[in-house]
Design a protein around this ligand. Structure first.
Ligand SMILES: Cc1ncc(C[n+]2csc(CCOP(=O)(O)OP(=O)(O)O)c2C)c(N)n1
Ligand SMILES: [Mg+2]
Length: 296
């Protein structure tokens, strides 16, 4: 009970930190203090945090995509490095050159080109297999990215060559402004089954459920050296990037009832933790932003 409680506290803390960092990034963007673009994972934090709880960050590889801030914070908690990077600041994790979508640190990578990472990650995972490192690799994909042919070439070769890779899909039901059903035929979750790839489904708004499914996928990839799919049903609460949102406000309001932060707090009976964790994260972010803007 005590251990589970600590675990829930930690997952809640990570999700709150991600949420507040991204809200601040949107604010900085609207104030003209950020260049480039910003895709937030607001609403999808449970996917990032649950997945990361199943990985061995010392050796496993995570290749994220354009919506990668949450994955990065869950990977290494480098809030300062991320905010500085998105601000184009030389003290950013990639010296402010990569920006929001091109981040690399340790075994963590991102790339803003949809689907491009899938074949690369299969190659990285295959290299780990050849080296006998015991590491696996994960590639993050959105539902819209399932329209990219490279994803299927990657799945095919990963199954043929028994590659220890996890295709982690965050199905938020939209690709930019296009509803998934207008861009994808058939059953998305089941697409991997034609390659003989196992599918682990999870409620992406329930971080504990993501952690359970991710742990099953990661452990099978590692012990049996076979590709796996982690398929999470989720929803983004914020626009695709900044102002581009044509979704029905009633749909968004309905989905807000599945907020992964409040859901975890309720189910783990740690609602009293929300305020102190939020305050602590806010103080931390305020200090970082003010220092980076030269106001400290
Ligand atoms: C090859 C390529 N085509 C188009 C884009 C522009 N683009 C950026 S995000 C995006 C939608 C991706 O949708 P999805 O895979 O569902 O991820 P989500 O944004 O929903 O997280 C598009 C079309 C791109 N970055 N790369
Ligand atoms: Mg999507």
């Amino acid at each position: 009970m005590g251990k589970e409680h600590n675990r829930a506290d930690r997952l809640l803390d990570q999700m709150i930190t991600i949420r507040l960092v991204e809200e601040r990034l949107l604010e900085l963007f609207s104030q003209g203090k950020l260049g480039g673009t910003v895709h937030t994972c607001i609403g999808q934090e449970g996917c990032a945090v649950g997945l990361m709880s199943a990985l061995d960050t010392e050796r496993d590889i995570l290749f994220s995509n354009h919506r990668g801030h949450g994955h990065y914070i869950a990977y290494c908690d480098d809030v300062r490095g991320l905010i500085a990077e998105v601000m184009g600041h030389p003290e950013g994790v990639c010296q402010g050159i990569g920006g929001s979508q091109h981040i690399q640190r340790g075994n963590f990578y991102t790339n803003g080109i949809q689907g491009a990472a899938a074949p690369i990650v299969v190659g990285m995972a295959f290299a780990e297999k050849q080296l006998g490192s015991g590491a696996i690799a994960v590639v993050n994909l959105g539902d819209g990215t399932f329209g990219e042919g490279a994803v299927y070439e990657a799945m095919n070769i990963s199954a043929l060559w028994s590659v220890p890779v996890v295709f982690s899909v965050e199905h938020n039901h939209y690709a930019q402004t296009t509803p998934s059903e207008l861009g994808n035929a058939g059953n998305l979750a089941e697409r991997g089954s034609t390659f003989g790839i196992e599918i682990h489904k999870a409620d992406g708004m329930n971080v504990m459920d993501v952690a359970r499914a991710a742990s099953a996928a990661v452990s099978l990839a590692r012990t049996e050296s076979r590709p796996q799919i982690l398929f999470m049903d989720t929803y983004r609460f914020a626009p695709h990037s900044k102002g581009d949102d044509f979704r029905d406000p009633a749909e968004i309001a309905h989905q807000l009832e599945r907020d992964p932060i409040t859901l975890l707090a309720k189910s783990a009976k740690i609602e009293d933790q929300i305020l102190p964790l939020t305050t602590r994260a806010r103080v931390r972010i305020d200090a970082i932003v003010s220092e980076l803007l030269g106001g400290a």
